[in-house]
Design a protein around this ligand. Structure first.
Ligand SMILES: Cc1cc2nc3c(=O)[nH]c(=O)nc-3n(C[C@H](O)[C@H](O)[C@H](O)COP(=O)(O)OP(=O)(O)OC[C@H]3O[C@@H](n4cnc5c(N)ncnc54)[C@H](O)[C@@H]3O)c2cc1C
Length: 492
């Protein structure tokens, strides 16, 4: 198979028996559910673009395991050039969907598990790395989507896994058998989990010996007995259930998705286990995965930022305000912020280095600086977009009002005629186009796409403080002190 098309991907989801719950009920036909389908369309783009010759260099790569052409989302990075292409691919996908396209977490997890298993085996003589290589070959050959699952519910944030009142607050091994293990717990906020064929599970935090039953990494199909998913609500999501919904959605075709994935005593066969109680490697795996994922945001959010900047510029054109110098300056500021994020994504990639296993790791300090900026700049970008858009972005009547032929008032005009007359702006611009661009901005600033552009920018790949801890560790203040001493002539 090697490279699926978007249509083949969607068909492949229909063959799964994934258990999905939404509004307290099981959703059988979840592939075509109007609240879920936009996120599937979005993921399908990662397959479609891989078939476009214009993007083949970014979207595909040569597998180091088989020598075959694979989708870059399943690739193990072989050079810093590969890391740079990853960021460029993510920017492209952001530009094409203006949403979270959900396939990055799996790619980031592959690369982190690949290098960590190599080092576990070196210390303990285990065989995780060979198993994992076979698993990645299987994923590449079948062009699968894999959810990168790290975040546990975590319960009391001040307590370690083994100290929790409820032991299910972190995913753990509850039984060891000759042929595998049984696990119990959950992973929350899982991006694209319902749309994934597989889940690659990793521990959430560094651990001590007391936590060893929680130090576990494995891969498992989405629809095995014991796994079920509860779909996450998004702001304004039920607009997608409205009949003939179009303009009011802001982005009718694409969207993101998160869900709670529960493991209610799930059996994991030995050949799919990549860490089993080696607690001293949990921290390494977390740090490497988080590093790759912090790099990712210097690509995907930048692509979405490109569309937001374009939409804000169009809103100014449609409002007739585009010639004002402060509008031009705000568009410059948005571009400056967006490109700064891109600089960080490219920089941490260009400074990548080979791991002991041979795949490439990003520069950790620069990736954390990248993500720290991502926790801030998108908020400023949407603030400026809202400034340029004007208040109509949040007070505009519905599409049905603009189209209504109900006569109102005393002069015989319809609601539609009133809305179209009063919300006309620059000459020659249809109110429909004005509506479309303002609804797009509403969706991204505070509608369902704000999940991906705002809160995911803040908490995804770790909350801001997690990056500050890494920046403190990697910043090498002592070396900087030495530099200052030399220049200042301090000898001690
Ligand atoms: C849209 C979205 C998509 C995501 N996708 C994925 C995914 O695909 N896969 C995945 O594994 N995860 C995913 N995540 C999870 C993400 O990694 C977490 O949200 C993040 O690590 C923060 O964890 P939390 O949400 O539990 O927040 P909390 O841990 O509750 O943090 C809230 C605040 O408390 C602080 N805090 C927490 N613990 C402590 C402590 N011990 N000491 C001091 N301060 C503390 C934090 O710094 C923060 O300020 C996603 C999150 C979002 C929002």
């Amino acid at each position: 198979m090697a490279l699926m098309t978007g249509a083949q991907y969607i068909e492949s989801l229909k063959k799964l028996n994934t258990k999905v719950y939404l509004f307290g009920e099981e959703v059988k036909d979840w592939v075509d559910h109007p609240m879920i389908r936009p996120s599937i369309n979005c993921l399908a783009m990662t397959f479609e673009l891989a078939h476009d010759p214009e993007y083949a260099d970014l979207m595909t790569a040569k597998s180091n395991l088989t020598g075959k052409t694979v989708n870059r989302f399943t690739h193990l990075h072989q050079s810093s050039g590969d890391l740079v292409k990853k960021v460029k691919m993510q920017r492209l996908l952001g530009q094409k969907t203006a949403s979270c396209f959900q396939r990055c977490v799996g790619m980031d997890a592959f690369n982190a598990v690949y290098s960590t298993t190599f080092e576990i085996d070196k210390k303990y003589g285990t065989e995780y790395h060979e198993r994992f290589k076979k698993y990645v070959e299987y994923v590449q050959e079948n062009d699968l989507v894999v959810d990168g699952a790290m975040t546990d519910p975590k319960g009391d944030r001040g307590a370690a896994p083994s100290q929790q009142t409820d032991p299910d607050m972190f995913l753990r091994i509850v039984e060891k058998r000759p042929d595998g293990i049984v696990v119990r717990g959950a992973k929350c906020h899982q991006t694209g989990s319902i749309n994934s064929h597989e889940h690659l599970i990793m521990p959430t935090i560094a651990m001590t010996e007391a936590d060893k039953e929680y130090a576990v990494s494995f891969a498992i199909q989405s629809d095995v007995p014991g796994i079920f998913m509860v779909y996450g609500r998004q702001s304004c999501d039920t607009r997608k259930l409205e009949e003939n919904a179009d303009i009011d959605l802001g982005n009718k075709t694409f969207g993101g998705q998160e869900a709670l994935v529960v493991f209610d005593d799930v059996f994991i066969p030995n050949d799919r286990i990549f860490m089993c109680e080696e607690y001293d490697f949990a921290g390494m795996l977390v740090e490497r995965f988080a590093g790759y994922h912090r790099q990712s945001y210097g690509g995907c959010k930048v692509g979405v930022g490109d569309v937001i900047i374009g939409a804000a510029a169009l809103a100014a054109d449609y409002n007739g305000a585009h010639k004002a110098s402060h509008i031009k300056d705000k568009l410059i500021e948005m571009t400056h912020l967006n490109e700064t994020l891109y600089c960080c994504g490219i920089a941490c990639s260009a400074e990548g280095y080979p791991t002991q296993a041979g795949n490439y790791q990003i520069d950790l300090l620069l990736a954390n600086v990248c993500k720290q900026n991502v926790t801030r700049f998108p908020y400023e970008i949407v603030r400026l977009a809202e400034d340029i858009a004007g208040g109509l972005m949040v007070t505009m009547p519905s599409q049905k009002d603009f189209e209504s032929d109900l006569k109102v008032g005393q002069t015989g005009k319809t609601i539609g005629e009133w809305c179209n007359k009063l919300y006309a702006a620059a000459p020659g611009v249809s109110t429909e186009n004005r509506m479309r661009i303002l609804r797009f901005l509403e969706n991204i600033c505070l509608g369902s796409s704000a999940v991906g552009y705002r809160t995911e920018s803040l908490h995804g790949a770790g909350s801001p403080q997690a990056q500050r801890i890494m920046i403190a560790r990697q910043g090498n203040i002592n070396q900087k002190k030495e530099l200052a001493k030399v220049i200042a002539g301090i000898k001690e």
